[in-house]
Every structure is written in C-alpha cells, then in structure tokens.
Design a protein around this ligand. Structure first.
Ligand code: B12
Ligand code: SF4
Length: 491
C-alpha cells in the first residue's frame, strides 16, 4: 500500500481500492505475467482524490482471493471507494457474486472491456455496483470523483429511480494527454511462471505507446471498443514512451499496442532513443507481417532489444485473408517470413480457425503452413464474432452458422466440441518434442532471450517445469492422450 503524498487540503476519499478480480485458477500463464494496465491507468488518474490507494490483483493474492477475506480486508483497511476492472469474459458469474458481497455503503465503480460490453447485465445482476464506466476511463473517473452530476458525465451507466440511465459516448482521449501508470502503486513483481512454476526470475511489464490501430481487419475488435466505436489511432510522444520504459524495473516489456509499428518512422525513432539511452531491456511486440518490408527498422529493433514478435498471420488461405480484409495474401506471408527468419527474433504466429466456410482439411492445413514458412511458435484461436464485428452479417446470412452470446462461432457441421478437437490436433501436429527443442535452441543461442544467470536458473527448474506440465495434464484427465499425441500418433 502506498501513501499518496499529502497536500494541505484533505482529499475526498481516505482509502481507495482498485481491484483486478480475476483469480489465479482462471488465468493462463500468459494472462498472469502482465499487470492489469487498464486498472493501473485508472488508479493513477484517481491519485489526486485519495489519501491512500491500494491496487489489488487477485491473481497474485491467494488469501484475498477468498471473498470473505477480501471483505474483511476492505473493512479493516477502512476502504471508502472501490474501482473494479472487468476485461475478460472468463469468471463473469464468480465476479458478479464477489461484487454483490461488497459492502453496499462503499461507492463501487466498475469499468473495462467486458464491463462496457455488459453494462446493463452488470447493473441488473449486481445491486452493489453504482456506476459502470463505458470505454476509456481516465477522464470519466476524475469527473466521478470530483462530484460532477452523473447526468453530465459522458460514458457512464447508472441507476436512477429504478431506471437505467446511459449517458452519451465519451470522446477518445489524445494518447499524449495520458499519464502513464504509476508503478509505485504496485504490490508485486510480475514474474514469468509456467503451470505455477517460476521461470528464471524474469519480470514482465506492459507499455502502451499508442491507442487504437489504423487498420481495418474485419474479424478484429481490438480496434473497436465494445460499443462498436472505432478507436482513432493516437500516438504518445517518443520521449514519454521511452521515459516510461526507462522508469520500469522489469526486464521484459510487452508493447500492448494493437499494432505497435503502425508508424514505421516513429518506431525507428523509438528504437534510436532506446539504443541511445542504453536501456538494456528485452521487448515483445504485437505486429503485422508488413514489418518485413522495413529492414532498417528490423536492424534497429534487434539493436534496441526486440526479442519476440507476436504476428497476426491469421490464415494460409487467400479466401479467408480476403474475407478478413487483412490486406495481404499467402504469398506476401511467405515473402515476409523469408526476411523475418533471418533475424534473431522469435516469431510467434497468431492464426484463426473455424472460419465461415472453412473445412476440417483447410483447418488442418494451418500448422503445416506455419511449419513451411518457419514461424517458431503459434497460437490458434477459434473465430470470435463479437457484437460489432464486420463479419457478423456474413455469419448470420450463411446457412448452418450460429454465433453464441459470447461471440463464439460454430456451425451445424462443426460444433464447439468438434472445433476444440480439431484445435487439439492442430496443436499436437505443430508442437512436437522436436519443436520444443527448436524453440529452446533459438531462444538460447540465436535470440539470446535469457541472460547467463537466468539460463542457469532455467536449466535448474526445467525438471520441475516438465513435472508441473504433466501434473496439469493429469489433473485435466488427459495425460494419456497428450503423451500419445506427442510421442505416438496425433489423431
Ligand atoms: C495487450 C493485450 C493482451 C496481452 C496482455 C494484456 C495484459 N496487460 O494483461 C496478452 C497478449 C497477454 C493478451 C492475452 C489475451 N487476451 Co488480450 N488484449 C490485449 C489488448 C490488445 C490491449 C489491452 C490493453 O492493454 N489495453 C489498454 C488499456 C489501457 O485499456 P483497457 O484495459 O481496456 O482499460 C481501459 C478501459 O477499459 C477502462 N477501464 C479498465 N478497467 C477499469 C476499471 C475502472 C474502475 C474504470 C473506471 C475504468 C476501467 O479504462 C482503461 C483506461 O482507458 C486488448 C485489446 C484492446 N485494444 O483493448 C486485448 C483483449 C483485452 N484481450 C482479449 C482476449 C480475449 C485475450 C485472451 C483471452 C486471448 C486468448 N484467447 O488467448 C488472452 C488472455 C490470456 C490467455 N491466453 O488466457 C480480449 C478480451 C475480450 C473478452 N471479452 O474476453 C481483448 C479485448 C481483445 C479482443 N477484442 O478480442 N491480451
Ligand atoms: S488485426 Fe491487428 S492490424 Fe488488423 S485491425 Fe486488428 S489490431 Fe489492427
């Protein structure tokens, strides 16, 4: 807990709690290693209104993950304001139960991607929730905390005399006006762990250099807020971005932007500044294949410390790429990877399967294509069709296709279970024991992701990691199947 510096004037609230309500059990390793950046932006914006601020991330808090203990904590700490971030679909029911147990007298404000999507449902189900903040919340929270009448605050939903009131859209903030998260509010280091086992004492952080994305891929709702509004692309200044990086203590930083290299000239300048300041950090970024057309930028990225790229490849099929309006075809992907594989950067491909009209044979082609072009690692996600997805109309008009309330697409031919099964076949066709050796070799010898001391720790923990992975599969009741697919036959 951090005491906010006292000014002469007493602040409105004595102790504000900002809560990330997801617990460890529901989070995959990938979800756990990054801090809840959106919530931290909100806590930082609230500093002028609170004597003391506590940011709790329940993924890191075993005891407080028990709701009764959390409520005791709230009372003992005399919390008089609570802000909660709801980002992901998962655990929605459990989180609603938790919110309903928060003492009624404490103002409770909920925001985040999922909260925005489900503002009405949240207010219906949780009578303790006073206000749902829709969309980006930095300015909205300040207005709430400074007692602007609710009806005059844009971007909120609340109850009044038994009725739900939704105020108008909150205009998007210019990224340059954003104050980066105050990391001194953090109670934890975000460390790499796989299946609950810490790896190499590596700490992670997430930095946003811009908001929005200038592209318009049809399947993607990254660039739309959950109200269907396209987020206007807006950049922070190079100085503020690199200052933020310099002030983080984490060794590895993820650029959480939707597409961090949207402006190539600016990206080069960011790299130049990182090199000039000798920051000695490692970077991971989400990007498009277009980066391969900019060798000068790639050279600078390597010098600056870029170690891994998470690349939206989406599909090997030209008709899918066209349906997605991705702006490139399979040949462009092949050409891009001829360049990218020459760099000491780990390339992780994101693919989407279960597309409208895609056959099983076409889905199973994905891992083969990934191997051909030379991606190092890959993730497959089933196509999601969220409320404002540009693909919604096509899905609705295509006979035999259905979309669930949660945005999952399935068809009469391929149920969820069938798609899951195909996904598993794809995974084991790509992730063979040889692949894991290749991944390790590349990260250790080419990319040099690990420092020597980390490497020793990593080697020492490797047996525990393997046992933990096997234990995880055993608990899910699929150890036999996993071993069979890995070492004998993947069917
Ligand atoms: C970076 C990112 C990641 C990173 C890490 C994120 C992190 N730091 O934890 C990585 C790559 C690990 C990741 C993983 C996943 N992600 Co992701 N991710 C994003 C992305 C691109 C940016 C998130 C971000 O940092 N935004 C910037 C911050 C500032 O915005 P924000 O969090 O929304 O917060 C603002 C407002 O929401 C609001 N707000 C938030 N909290 C609160 C609280 C209060 C009190 C108030 C008032 C306001 C408020 O104000 C904030 C400031 O403006 C978003 C898309 C997007 N553009 O938002 C998807 C997104 C969050 N991810 C998503 C998903 C689905 C996932 C995965 C589950 C994908 C998967 N199938 O594997 C995984 C989860 C991990 C796993 N495998 O289990 C979805 C969530 C949708 C949903 N309904 O579930 C999103 C929205 C993308 C999408 N449209 O599909 N992700
Ligand atoms: S898929 Fe990537 S490039 Fe396309 S709109 Fe979404 S974030 Fe932008």
């Amino acid at each position: 807990m951090i005491e906010v510096k006292k000014t002469q004037k007493k602040k409105k609230y004595s102790h504000g709690l900002f809560l990330n309500p997801y617990t460890e059990s529901s989070s995959t390793s990938a979800m756990r290693i990054f801090p809840p950046v959106g919530l931290e932006y909100i806590a930082t914006s609230s500093k002028d209104y609170m004597e003391k601020i506590t940011v709790l991330d329940l993924r890191q808090e075993k005891e407080l993950s028990d709701t009764n203990n959390l409520v005791d904590f709230i009372r003992q700490e005399e919390i008089d304001f609570i802000g909660v971030s709801l980002t992901w679909d998962r655990q929605f029911d459990e989180i609603c139960d938790l919110l309903n147990k928060i003492p009624k007298e404490i103002p409770l404000i909920v925001g985040g991607y999922k909260a925005t999507e489900c503002a009405v449902e949240l207010l219906d189900r949780c009578e303790t929730v006073d206000i749902v903040v829709r969309g980006e919340g930095e300015v909205t929270i300040k207005e709430i905390l400074s007692d602007v009448p609710l009806k005059d605050i844009l971007g909120i939903s609340y109850r009044e005399n038994g009725e739900l009131i939704h105020t108008g859209f909150r205009p998007f903030i210019d990224a340059e006006d954003l104050v980066p998260p105050d990391r001194s509010l953090r109670r934890y280091k975000y460390l790499l762990s796989l299946n609950g086992v810490g790896v190499a004492n590596l700490s992670f952080d997430s930095v946003l250099t811009a908001r929005g994305c200038p592209f318009n891929c049809k399947f993607c709702t990254f660039n739309l807020n959950p109200l269907g509004q396209k987020r206007k692309y807006s950049e922070r200044s190079i100085k503020s971005v690199v200052d933020e990086i310099e002030n983080t203590t984490a060794g590895v930083i993820l650029f959480g932007d939707d597409e961090v290299f949207a402006n190539k000239k600016r990206s080069e300048q960011i790299c130049d500044e990182i090199i000039a300041r000798k920051l000695n950090k490692r970077f991971i970024a989400q990007t498009r294949i277009d980066i391969a057309k900019h060798p000068q930028l790639l050279d600078k990225m390597v010098k600056a410390g870029f170690k891994a790229l998470l690349i939206g490849i989406e599909s090997p099929h030209d008709w899918v790429l066209e349906q997605f309006n991705k702006g490139f075809n399979s040949n462009d992907i092949r050409e891009a990877f001829k360049v990218l594989t020459k760099y000491p950067i780990y390339c992780h491909g994101y693919f989407i399967y279960g597309n409208i009209g895609e056959t099983e044979e076409e889905m199973l082609r994905i891992p083969e294509f990934a191997k051909e072009i030379g991606v190092d690692g890959m993730t497959f996600n089933k196509l999601r069709i969220e409320k404002f997805s540009a693909l919604k109309e096509i899905a609705e008009k295509t006979p035999g296709y259905h979309v669930t309330d949660r945005g999952e697409l399935y068809s009469d031919m391929y149920s969820h279970a069938a798609l899951k099964k195909i996904g598993r076949r794809m995974r084991y066709s790509f992730y063979t024991p040889g692949r894991f050796v290749k991944i390790l070799r590349k990260n250790i010898f080419e990319v040099k992701f690990f420092r020597p001391s980390e490497l020793i720790l990593f080697v020492l923990t490797a047996p525990i990691l393997i046992l933990a992975a096997l234990w995880g599969e055993l608990k899910k009741g699929r150890l036999g199947d996993t071993l069979k697919r890995t070492f004998i036959k993947n069917t």
